[in-house]
Design a protein around this ligand. Structure first.
Ligand code: PLP
Length: 438
């Protein structure tokens, strides 16, 4: 009997014993094409440069508490990230994962306003159908009702406006641009409802991952969001935990939208699975408020800036930039989109195939014309995940929430080193899984 407390207590899981490029291998030798273990593996499972960096660092020094010392890899990684970061982002605060990054961002926004003498600013506006992590602050910001439901009494009050989800949200007689402006303007309405003096931040995912399935914003949406934030002095926090680090074709997903946030959260692809690490990047304006004020960010975790984790991430980012892998994600992503459209574009239960770079989503519906989702009781997403896994394909089917209604999608996020033959393999395996379930 296992003494590990798994997430799914009724499932018996195979044991992962090896990795080979885009594949995970279990103890029976079965190979699984890894196309989205939550969008972590951007370099595959056997990147020699990252493995060497981890080994070298752990042999030098495994841990030095950041309250006493900094480390060479943490300094170098921060420099490299800032060199490539959008806008005025200037400082990097390291954490151990995505939820810690978004949680830290919320607390940083609050402390910033305290430092500059606006203590009444404490309200966060986020979006419905979003996910920002499972710790209580991050979960409060998230708009996934299923994830929030049982912890609702513990959550902090935040507001949630509509996401930019053109597939279900745009009216027939509305242009994409007008739709984007309409939903972006919901932010202004909500700021005015709460009172501009009380709002500290707006948080969103530039490309919505787990909750909607690779949903990009329409042209102009984020420019309008940025304008509204600037007008009311609200900090813009972008959560690129899943969509960042090259996955969409640029190192940072918001580069596609032509805007920069005040605070940016990254994780997953930053460590590429070789070490648990995340980061929160902020502007000099925010950093200096603390530096010239209290001089102390009242937040932190033991493993902040862990030398081995930052060494791994430094090697990951060097690989991403040195090998121009975001551009490869862009090219291979277009090939993946075409292959998915060719295989499933006419499928009776495929409503939409979308995304950016190697971050693609397939929306599964009962009826294509009405876009009606399947009855949640059927558990389509769960069945697809299981069937694909049996075929030797790891993808990320999720039951989303469409404004209270249920919706199923499959999220595909393969490593950037994926080859065309493996895209074919992905499509064949997914097609077999779909035949079994739909
Ligand atoms: N934010 C987004 C957009 C995510 O997709 C996730 C995880 O899926 C998180 C935050 C939380 O990250 P973690 O699971 O590393 O805590």
């Amino acid at each position: 009997m296992s003494h590990v407390f798994p997430r799914h207590t009724k499932a018996t899981l195979p044991t992962a014993t090896g990795g080979d490029g885009c594949y995970l291998i279990d103890s029976d030798g079965k190979r699984y094409l890894d196309c989205g273990d939550a969008a972590v593996s951007c370099l595959g499972h056997s990147d020699q440069a990252v493995i060497a960096a981890v080994q070298e660092q752990v042999a030098k020094i495994a841990f030095a508490h950041s309250g006493f010392m900094t480390s060479e890899p943490a300094e170098q990684l921060a420099d490299l990230l800032i060199q490539h970061a959008p806008g005025d982002l200037d400082r990097v605060y390291f954490v151990s994962g995505g939820s810690e990054a978004t949680e830290s961002a919320i607390k940083l926004a609050r402390q910033y306003y305290l430092e500059i003498g606006q203590p009444e600013r404490r309200h966060v506006i986020a979006r419905k159908q979003s996910y920002h992590g499972n710790t209580l602050g991050a979960l409060s910001a998230g708009g996934n009702e299923w994830r929030r439901a049982q912890f609702a009494p513990l959550l902090v009050e935040m507001s949630h406006i509509a996401p930019c989800y053109e597939y279900t949200g745009r009216a027939d007689d509305e242009s994409s641009f007008d739709y984007g402006q309409r939903v972006a303007n919901e932010l202004e309405t909500e700021i005015l409802r709460v009172g501009p003096e009380a709002v500290m931040a707006f948080m969103s995912e530039p490309v919505v991952g787990a909750t909607l399935g690779a949903v990009t914003a329409v042209e102009g949406y984020y420019k309008r969001i940025r304008e509204i934030c600037d007008q009311y002095g609200v900090l813009l926090i972008l959560d690129e935990v899943m969509c960042g680090m090259g996955r969409t074709g640029h190192l940072f997903a918001c580069d596609h939208d032509g805007i920069a946030p005040d605070i940016l959260c990254i994780a997953k692809g930053l460590g590429a699975g070789y070490q648990p690490i995340g980061a929160m990047l902020c502007t000099d304006k925010i950093y200096s408020a603390i530096e010239t004020g209290s001089g102390f960010f009242q937040h932190g975790h033991t493993y902040l800036g862990h030398p081995v984790a930052t060494a791994a991430a430094l090697a990951v980012v060097q690989e991403l930039i040195g090998r121009d892998l975001p551009a490869r994600a862009q090219t291979m992503g277009e090939k993946l989109q075409s292959a998915l459209e060719a295989a499933f574009g006419q499928h009776a239960h495929v409503g939409d195939i979308r995304g950016r770079g190697l971050f693609r989503g397939i929306e599964i519906v009962e009826d294509r014309d009405s876009k009606k989702p399947f009855d949640p009781a059927l558990g389509i997403a769960g069945k697809l995940k299981k069937a694909a896994f049996e075929e030797g394909l790891i993808c990320y089917p999720m039951a989303g929430t469409r404004d209270g209604r249920h919706g199923d999608h499959v999220l595909l996020a393969p490593p950037f080193i994926i080859e065309e033959t493996q895209i074919d393999e992905l499509v064949v395996k997914l097609a077999s899984a779909m035949v079994k379930v739909l």
